[in-house]
Write a protein that binds this ligand. Structure first.
Ligand SMILES: NC(=O)c1ccc[n+]([C@@H]2O[C@H](COP(=O)([O-])OP(=O)(O)OC[C@H]3O[C@@H](n4cnc5c(N)ncnc54)[C@H](OP(=O)(O)O)[C@@H]3O)[C@@H](O)[C@H]2O)c1
Length: 346
């Protein structure tokens, strides 16, 4: 915390202009202000970790996508972990550790309600930051996507794109735990593909940057793909329609290839395969599973404790890095969940 004993300073990264195209550091301004006052029902949270999610780029568009857009002058919204320092909500008290929607500032006034209510974090033997990864957006979306969206079952051949990512790396493992016979990842480059095979238990990983990636995938799945967990969209999704088995299922989770600079994205041209192969295409939005999160987190926790789920985290340090890390979600980053540590709990 950049503060003196009596007058804490609230460092903020605020949006100074709406990004056009790729997001950059210059879209944000660093300011220092006062710690905000809280009103009835509010909770004041001191930031400990910021999580990085591709959807943050959507929130920066004029439209905001599925949430209110972030306006110039406001601190950048993120999923975060914090510690309550003041509360006018009976459900939260000073010292509580919580996870939920926060923003790039040392102290944020947080409402406990909304689409993803502020979550109390249990005392646990694993690192606090994992509540943004395996127990956060990525892990939970992977869990609900595999178990409910795709309904992966014994014997399935499953393909998962963005397999080095926070969501994909866990979806690969959960698909196997749910009975998939063959699990194939998709990632960019030989090193990342090796990482996927070594760290997610995939049988194989296909490099989407190689010219013949669709042939390679067809060889690995000679009877077609039963379930495809799509994090990438665009041309890759288009090609996947041609690789699906009859009655295959596709889960639309994200569209990394589209950069999220606007809400209009490239749609598939091979969609008639939905008709000829009787495919099911379904979307997922984690918000819609808010009530089932405690139960899912318990199952994920059990798998972690039993050593059945390997957690990969890309942990960075320092408040000053907050805007520099956001573009790396689209330009290339190390595998695992990207998290920025701001402070330790007191
Ligand atoms: N619907 C929901 O509720 C929900 C919830 C969570 C996440 N999501 C979505 O799930 C997706 C993954 O999120 P995440 O948090 O797991 O992200 P992440 O950890 O940043 O991983 C994203 C991965 O995307 C790959 N990628 C980036 N640009 C690509 C491109 N042009 N073509 C192919 N792959 C590309 C990168 O892999 P390589 O290095 O191999 O290229 C990267 O590892 C995102 O689209 C996100 O919006 C949706």
């Amino acid at each position: 915390m950049n503060a003196t004993a009596n007058t804490p300073v609230n460092r903020q990264w605020i949006l100074q202009r709406r990004p056009q195209g790729a997001v950059s550091r210059e879209d944000f301004a660093f300011v220092e202000g006062r710690v905000p006052e809280i009103g009835d029902g509010d909770v004041l949270v001191r930031s400990l970790y910021f999580g990085y999610d591709a959807s943050q780029r959507i929130w920066l568009t004029d439209d905001g996508g599925y949430m209110k857009p972030i306006m110039p002058g406001e601190p950048m919204r993120c999923m975060g972990i914090g510690q309550v320092t003041d509360s006018r909500n009976p459900d939260y008290k000073s010292g509580d550790l919580v996870e939920g929607f926060m923003s790039w500032q040392d102290y944020a006034v947080v409402r406990a309600d909304g689409p993803m209510p502020l979550r109390h974090l249990p005392k646990a033997d694993f690192p606090l930051s994992w509540n943004l990864g395996v127990f956060g957006v990525g892990g939970l979306t992977a869990y609900f996507g595999v178990t409910d969206g795709l309904k992966v079952k014994d014997g399935d051949t499953v393909v998962i794109s963005a397999a080095t990512g926070a969501t994909g790396s866990l979806a690969c493992q959960i698909a196997r735990l749910h009975g998939a016979k063959t699990v194939i990842g998709i990632a960019g480059g030989a090193d990342k593909c090796n990482w996927v095979v070594e760290n997610t238990g995939c049988d194989a990983c296909v490099d989407y940057k190689s010219a013949d990636w669709t042939n390679r995938l067809a060889e690995l799945a000679p009877n077609g793909v039963d379930a495809y967990f799509d994090n990438v969209g665009g041309d890759m999704l288009d090609e996947m329609f041609l690789l699906m088995a009859p009655k295959g299922r596709i889960l639309i989770c994200g569209a990394m290839s589209q950069g999220y600079t606007g809400v209009k994205v490239q749609g598939p041209t091979n969609y008639m395969r939905i008709c000829t192969h009787q495919l099911t295409v379904q979307g997922i939005l984690l918000f819609n599973y808010a009530q089932q999160i405690p139960q899912a987190a318990q199952q994920i926790g059990q798998w972690v404790m039993e050593g059945k789920l390997k957690v990969s985290e890309n942990l960075q340090e320092g408040f000053e890095k907050a805007p520099d890390l956001l573009p790396t979600m689209f330009t290339g980053k190390d595998p695992g969940k990207l998290v920025l540590r701001i402070a330790d709990p007191q």
